[in-house]
Design a protein. Structure first.
Length: 308
């Protein structure tokens, strides 16, 4: 969307000073916070929209006060989803806090801005019985079936993102100790336990891994050509196995990751432990699963309390 699509006022060209100001912040954010290219791109877009909005009102980002930013957010609230609005507020806060930190501004105009309430619907997930059917769907009498069974077992046992699974190197798998060392979003590292079933299927699959041009490949899960597995190839396989298992629940590439988290919480796992296993930076991201724990507590209360 163009920065002028949300009102009818002609777009005003930004000064070189404003553009330099924004790029200086983005460079610092990349260096200091190790933001992904997607996040940096979103921040750049958000800050450019703000800068154009202010320019049409004869103000620059450094001249904006809390009233200006509140009016801007109020207008944007009618244009974007709550998640995008929350990201926008995050970009503004980081931008203005940076300006205060380097001494460009004396105070932070975003200090009293309220975070918009964000809908956090639980992603679709599979029941434990459905997961068992999905795990059992690959034909383990074939090498590809054993590979797929190992992939599904690892994905569910560890709650990995699909990208983390298909890019998993052998050097980060310790079958003897039963752990994976995962490099996740933001280049953050975490240790994740494998579990007995995942270890068992990896031990069956790994000796059969093909090689590419007679050279060892460090990626754990390979195609029958010896190349690394792609997200698209894995997604195709999981849909095939779901059909074999008779699962009609709508699936997403992260269905087993959501099932992993939901089932852990449902069995009483501590939310901060689940946060660490999933690799979430913020506990609020993990809290979408707490409704499952509440339902479990309600059932326990109803079953065991004398006045339940």
């Amino acid at each position: 969307m163009s920065t002028s699509d949300y009102d009818n006022t002609p777009e005003v060209a930004l000064s070189s000073t404003t553009l330099t100001l924004l790029e200086g912040f983005l460079d610092a954010a990349w260096m200091e916070r190790n933001l992904s290219p997607n996040t940096l791109g979103a921040y750049r877009s958000d800050l450019l929209i703000l800068a154009h909005w202010l320019a049409r009102r004869d103000r620059s980002p450094l001249e904006a006060d809390a009233a200006d930013l509140g009016a801007f957010l109020a207008e944007r609230r009618t244009q974007v989803k709550p998640r995008s609005l929350a990201r926008l507020l995050s970009a503004l806060r980081h931008f203005y806090r940076y300006q205060v930190r380097i001494g460009v501004l004396a105070s932070d105009p975003t200090r009293d801005l309220q975070r918009p309430r964000e809908s956090r619907d639980l992603p679709g997930f599979l029941s434990e019985a459905e997961v068992e059917r999905l795990l059992a769907a690959p034909d383990t009498d074939t090498p590809l079936g054993r590979r797929d069974r190992a992939m599904l077992e690892v994905l569910y046992a560890c709650g990995l993102r699909v990208s983390e699974l298909v890019n998993l190197p052998l050097s980060r798998v310790n079958l003897h100790a039963g752990w994976l060392r995962i490099i996740g979003k933001g280049n953050r590292e975490r240790l994740v336990p494998l579990g007995e079933d995942a270890v068992t299927w990896l031990e069956r699959y790994l000796p059969e891994r093909p090689v590419l041009h007679d050279r060892p490949c460090d990626t754990v899960f390979l195609t029958h050509h010896g190349a690394g597995m792609t997200r698209q190839a894995f997604w195709y396989r999981i849909k095939q196995h779901a059909a074999t298992a008779g699962i009609n629940t709508p699936l997403s590439p992260h269905t087993l990751r959501h099932a992993f988290a939901t089932h852990l919480v449902n069995h009483g796992a501590d939310l901060r432990a689940v946060q660490l296993l999933l690799g979430h930076r913020d506990l609020s991201t993990t809290q979408i699963y707490t409704h499952v724990a509440r339902e479990r507590l309600q059932r326990l209360h109803a079953r065991h309390h004398p006045r339940g």
